[in-house]
Write a protein that binds this ligand. Structure first.
Ligand code: ADP
Length: 404
């Protein structure tokens, strides 16, 4: 079954075309990115595995124009990978927020579309863009089944005491203020893959998944189900990230607002875009730049790195307590899959939990599935390459097949 996977942002959209034979047997036919949608000049970056990347500069007025350009290149003579559009049997969308409506992926119909719309208030940057993608596909490929795969749905199994903030309960009732968590597709994928890779029973396991990228979150997975996660009402909470602060004392917000004469929106921008690795180091939001600057003696870059690894370690400790012990720690995402330094610093001092880290193996691991703890380690530490698009394609295939 050929599936088009779409991840629509406000001014960009990523796509992949996957030929799914089964959950684990698939071929990536093409992938790409449309960027600067709505600006004077946009660009379509298209890549067919084994061929050179193609960049076409053209104005892309909106998401419909962007998706039309993608469909044209996919079926074009020169760089196409499909005989015709009819070969695409379904479209899977990454959707940021499923709120309490969705604890799994869903076939998109009018009700689902209106629920995604209602949740725009909780994800004002992302859900509207996701909806633009859904509507553009409706227009360009009328009648094709579309499936929504939510970043939040894996976390809907959290118990109420894990997702409720200790603020007046009426704010949960009135506004839905609670922990939702994000990166759910990744946490679900890597926890399952880690169990499979290690040959352990997912249904009887305690796994801590650390998704560390530009945005980072950590999840406690008990017997395959999420019981807690570090991102909260928004992706702002948890460990420090590229430009996000992660958890801070909430009263810092009114304090800075008063001192600097800033509005809540301005403070939100500071906490989302000017904090984290960038804010502390003053160097960059990119972990590679931080590592380089720290290695050449930049004290604040070194501090940013230490804060990051310390906070990750603290959450691992908290989740080991929440899970009643831990069997597996997973590192994934751009940093988790590639930064031997972050993995090593984070795991230092976790011997008390039963972690025997193997830094010699760790140093050589980039972007693949590998065990980086010693064979004698009671807790297995692994790197798993995440693949959110594959989860979206799988869910889309399975939901569409179940309708037939
Ligand atoms: P996103 O959250 O946007 O999907 P990614 O998962 O791609 O981001 O992660 C991006 C992060 O991964 C950046 O901070 C980048 O520096 C980091 N990264 C990528 N490769 C390496 C590497 N070799 N060493 C350290 N960090 C890396």
């Amino acid at each position: 079954m050929i599936i088009l996977v779409l991840n629509c942002g406000s001014s960009s959209l990523k796509y992949q075309v996957l030929d799914m034979k089964s959950d684990n047997e698939f071929t990536l036919k093409a992938k790409g990115l449309v960027e600067r949608i709505g600006e004077k000049m946009g660009a379509l970056n298209h890549q067919v595995p084994g061929q050179d990347k193609l960049v076409i500069e053209q104005p892309i007025a909106d998401h419909t124009v962007g998706i039309r350009a993608v469909l044209e290149i996919l079926t074009g003579k020169e760089h196409g990978v499909l005989g015709s559009l009819a070969e695409i049997e379904a479209v899977g969308h990454r959707v940021a927020h499923g709120g309490e409506f969705f604890s799994g992926s869903a076939l998109i119909n009018d009700k689902v579309e209106s629920d995604i719309e209602k949740l725009c208030v909780l994800a004002p940057l992302h859900n509207p863009a996701n909806l633009l993608g859904v509507r553009a596909v409706k227009e360009l490929m009328p009648g094709i089944p579309q499936v929504a795969v939510f970043d939040t749905s894996f976390h809907q199994t959290m118990p109420d005491y894990a997702y409720t903030y200790a603020i007046p309960y009426e704010y949960y009732e009135k506004f839905g203020i609670r922990r939702y968590g994000f990166h759910g597709t990744s946490h679900k994928f890597v926890s399952r893959r880690a169990a499979e890779f290690l040959g352990i029973d997912l249904g009887n396991s305690r796994i801590i998944t650390c998704h560390l990228g530009n945005g980072s979150s950590i999840t406690a997975v008990k017997d395959g189900r999420c019981i807690d996660t570090s991102m909260g009402f928004t992706p702002q909470e948890g460990v420090p990230m590229g430009t996000r602060s992660g958890t801070i004392d909430a009263t810092i917000v009114p304090f800075i607002a008063e001192k600097e004469g800033l509005t809540p929106k301005q403070i939100e921008t500071i906490l989302n875009k000017k904090s984290g690795l960038l804010g502390v180091s003053g160097v960059s939001s990119d972990c590679r730049d931080i590592e380089q600057a720290a290695a050449s003696g930049n004290v604040r870059a070194s501090l940013a790195q230490n804060i990051l690894c310390y906070q990750i370690k603290k959450i691992i400790g908290a989740y080991a307590a929440a899970l009643g012990g831990v069997d597996v720690i997973v590192f994934t995402g751009g940093i988790g899959e590639n930064s031997a330094l972050v993995r090593c610093d984070t795991c230092q001092g976790l011997e008390y939990l039963g972690v025997e880290f193997d830094d010699t193996v760790n140093q050589g691991i980039h972007g693949k599935d590998a065990v980086i703890s010693k064979p004698s380690s009671r807790v297995k530490v692994v790197t798993i390459a995440t693949n959110e698009e594959l989860v979206i394609a799988r869910d889309t295939m399975n939901i569409v097949k179940s309708q037939k």
